[in-house]
Ligand binder design. Structure first.
Ligand code: KE4
Length: 427
């Protein structure tokens, strides 16, 4: 592929924007090579500024379940834009989208819209702390919940479960209330409850997409629910990525465990900046202006973003069969990639949940972050570069998740499998 314009664009961007990107993962740091600069999206394709076309398996990290330039979403946005971009006042669109989402997810009675997943999670944690009157929270190694300070933690020293900051600029004081546990390991969670009797909430990605795709075991989630009930702790499902990507009615509809609070994002905005968090009435009643827990946002519930989200969720609500169709395509893709890997003497661990898929160059199953870190990162990087050369745009980190959209046709899947057979023979 000739990507000379992207190379020049990346050099120029790096003069003005840290790392040349507005979100770190986009810089291709872990896979090498130059990030392609996108000119446009077209259905299931991305087109770069050199005119190269790629089958898009990133879809803006999840939002675009209908692919690029979906007509219904486009028309809804254009109609909304013509009435004004933002009012800072309530609009009917917010109530309509709230009605739609609350109607689809059993465990929530009310919802608050914000402008990103980070904001949704940050607000949900504050709500949990305000509702319980407690300060400590439990999160899991390998789960990512956006970049709010108390969630940028890594394992502390020794056996203590309290986290240490994972980024400079986060004071240790801001993470001293965050305990870390191991995904799919209930004993590590029980230890946290031994180390603190002040736990406001457990936050988990029930279908983790930020250590690669690693779904939580059903009985593990059931155990979490039990621990929360025994300790008066709230359970938060962070579904910013998995919401409306794995199923139509929330992870609870497939794992059988209900959370107390759900955070959402990505698909709920149809490609525009929307995050949200929801819970039953008695919890949401604590939120300002009804209750004392403060939370606010200039562009929260922005009418143009609401129009995009409304168009997307309206299209989804009558089509729960869609998830089975997209899952089949994901399984076909991974089966082809797995066969190609095995033909070349190495293993691929794969996971699929609805339109989400993940794969690890690893000969053992991946059930937590430690396992994911034992995957072959070099081989992943070589695979990513090779597939890009073949016109297939995969997530540029082994700790991310891939996505199938309604615009990802069977022909595209077959083309990708053929490309994988060629690339796997050379990595
Ligand atoms: P945003 O603030 O990026 O909208 O959402 C944060 C977030 C919260 N919770 C989960 C489960 C998430 O996956 C995310 C964001 N996901 C990443 C992809 N791994 C966004 C991509 C990026 O950081 O550029």
């Amino acid at each position: 592929m000739n990507i000379s314009s992207s190379k020049a664009a990346f050099s120029e961007a790096q003069e003005l924007i840290p790392g040349g990107v507005n979100s770190p993962v986009r810089a291709f740091s872990s896979v090498g090579g130059t990030p392609i600069f996108v000119e446009k999206g077209e259905g299931g394709y991305l087109v770069d500024i050199d005119g190269n076309r790629y089958i898009d398996y990133v879809q803006s990290w999840g939002p675009l379940i209908f692919g690029h330039t979906d007509e219904a979403i486009e028309n809804a946005v254009i109609a909304a834009v013509k009435k004004g971009l933002s009012f800072g006042a309530p609009t009917l669109a917010e109530t309509e989208l709230a009605k739609l989402v609350v109607g689809l997810i059993d465990s929530i009675d009310k919802i608050r819209f914000v402008s990103s997943g980070t904001e949704a999670v940050m607000s949900a944690i504050r709500l949990a702390r305000g509702y319980t009157g407690r300060d400590d929270i439990i999160k899991f190694e390998g789960n990512y919940h956006g970049h709010s300070d108390s969630l940028l933690v890594q394992a502390g020293s020794g056996m203590i479960t309290f986290g240490a900051p994972s980024s400079p600029g986060v004071p240790a004081d801001f993470t001293k209330h965050t305990l870390l546990a191991k995904y799919n390991d209930i004993e590590s969670v029980k230890k946290c409850f031994k180390d603190s009797d002040d736990i406001a909430c457990i936050i988990i990605e029930p279908i983790a997409g930020n250590m690669g795709l690693v779904p939580a075991d059903k009985d593990f989630l059931a155990e979490l629910r039990k621990l929360c009930d025994e300790n008066g702790t709230l359970l938060i499902f962070d579904e910013v990525m998995s919401g409306f990507r794995a199923t139509l009615r929330g992870a609870e509809s497939i794992v059988g465990t209900k959370p107390d609070i759900i955070t959402m994002g990505k698909v709920i905005g149809g490609g525009m900046p929307v995050g949200a968090f929801g819970a039953r009435q008695e919890i949401m009643a604590q939120l300002s202006p009804e209750g004392p827990v403060y939370q606010a946002g200039t562009l929260s519930g922005n009418p143009v973003a609401m129009a995009a989200g409304l168009a997307a969720i309206t299209k989804l609500k009558d089509k729960s069969i869609l998830y089975g169709i997209l899952e089949k395509r994901a399984l076909r893709l991974l089966e082809g990639m797995k066969k190609a890997a095995e033909k070349n003497g190495f293993s691929l661990q794969t996971n699929v949940r609805g339109s989400m898929f993940g794969f690890f160059f690893n000969d053992k199953p991946v059930k937590n972050f430690e396992h994911a870190c034992n995957s072959d990162a070099e081989r992943f990087a070589a695979f990513h570069r090779g597939m890009l050369e073949e016109g297939c745009y995969f997530a540029c980190s082994l700790y991310e998740t891939g996505f199938i959209s309604t615009a990802t046709t069977d022909e595209m899947i077959e083309k990708t499998v053929t490309a994988a057979e060629k690339v796997m023979a050379n990595i």
